[in-house]
Design a protein around this ligand. Structure first.
Ligand SMILES: NC(=O)c1ccc[n+]([C@@H]2O[C@H](COP(=O)([O-])OP(=O)(O)OC[C@H]3O[C@@H](n4cnc5c(N)ncnc54)[C@H](O)[C@@H]3O)[C@@H](O)[C@H]2O)c1
Length: 262
């Protein structure tokens, strides 16, 4: 069987246009900043209009093209409108980082309200799917693209008392594997990353004692005994967005300080 023709010459312009969801803070902001520092034009998509505009303003002071787009990714219509705004402002995206997510209910999984479970899936899974369905056909038409889905170690190992979150991340890992295989010969490569805990706002606000308890619980299984830095996650995402990532698709990249050995 002959291998499909390799697309060596990317028809899309370099630097490229990137969309990063959940980019107002935390890991998404670090990834957006890293891609902007490489010279890409970056659209920061986020639910929080004030925070995403403030984040974009900071990046704009240093980098050439940065757009802030307020969008709830759980709405397919809002995602399509966000893509229209992005194309008008910066051009057609060749890079997509599906990073936006919520932690959702924290408690015994047998007691979780189905509506709360559904909300986690609406954002963490369907939200990523909406972005893929809007953006990826454009990448396929252009013959080149990179998609990075930010999953979690929780999607591999499960997470007691955060069952909806862990299940949603397992779904995102599986979505990555299916799409990677479907699109393997298209020039569009899709991969996911599975960080262990980072010290961000996703865990909500806690008093000092609560925070220390959470810290101990999160770090007890990390051999390096520290949080992953958002810049470390951004470094991995940036490589997966680059042409240097040329023979990996549908793959799961560990960044867990030695916790995961698979
Ligand atoms: N922090 C961790 O310990 C950790 C570990 C592993 C994986 N992750 C994953 O990394 C990603 C980023 O996490 P973080 O810790 O930076 O979170 P964060 O809470 O600091 O930031 C998440 C951002 O997503 C945005 N967002 C939430 N719902 C949205 C929606 N419906 N539409 C658009 N934007 C929305 C929020 O406004 C926020 O700005 C998530 O996918 C998370 O699951 C985080």
């Amino acid at each position: 069987m002959s291998a499909p023709a390799e697309r060596v010459l990317a028809p899309v312009p370099v630097p490229r246009v990137a969309v990063v969801t959940g980019a107002a803070r935390g890991i998404g902001l670090a990834i957006a900043g890293r891609l902007a520092a490489e010279g890409h034009a970056v659209a920061l998509w986020d639910l929080d209009p004030a925070a995403v505009e403030a984040a974009a303003a900071v990046l704009r002071a240093q980098h050439r093209a940065v757009a802030a787009v307020a969008v709830d990714i759980s709405s397919a219509a809002q995602v399509r409108a966000a893509l229209d705004d992005t194309v008008a402002a910066l051009g057609r995206p060749a890079l997509l980082v599906n990073n936006a997510a919520i932690l959702g209910p924290n408690g015994p999984t047998v007691q979780v309200a189905p509506a709360a479970w559904q909300r986690v899936f609406d954002i963490n899974v369907l939200g990523a799917l909406h972005c893929v369905q809007a953006v990826v056909p454009m990448m396929v038409a252009d013959g080149w693209g990179r998609v990075v889905n930010v999953a979690s170690i929780a999607g591999k190992e499960g997470n007691p008392f955060a069952g909806a979150y862990a299940a949603s991340k397992a779904a995102l890992i599986s979505l990555t594997k299916s799409l990677g295989k479907e699109l393997a010969a298209s020039g569009v490569l899709l991969n996911c990353i599975t960080p262990s805990a980072a010290d961000t706002e996703i865990f909500g606000t806690h008093d000092a004692a609560q925070r220390e308890l959470l810290r101990q619980r999160l770090l007890e299984r990390v051999p390096m005994q520290r949080f992953v830095r958002v810049e470390e996650v951004a470094e991995m995402a940036a490589w997966l967005c680059s042409p240097s990532c040329s023979f990996s698709t549908g793959a799961v990249f560990d960044i867990s300080g030695g916790r995961a050995v698979y």
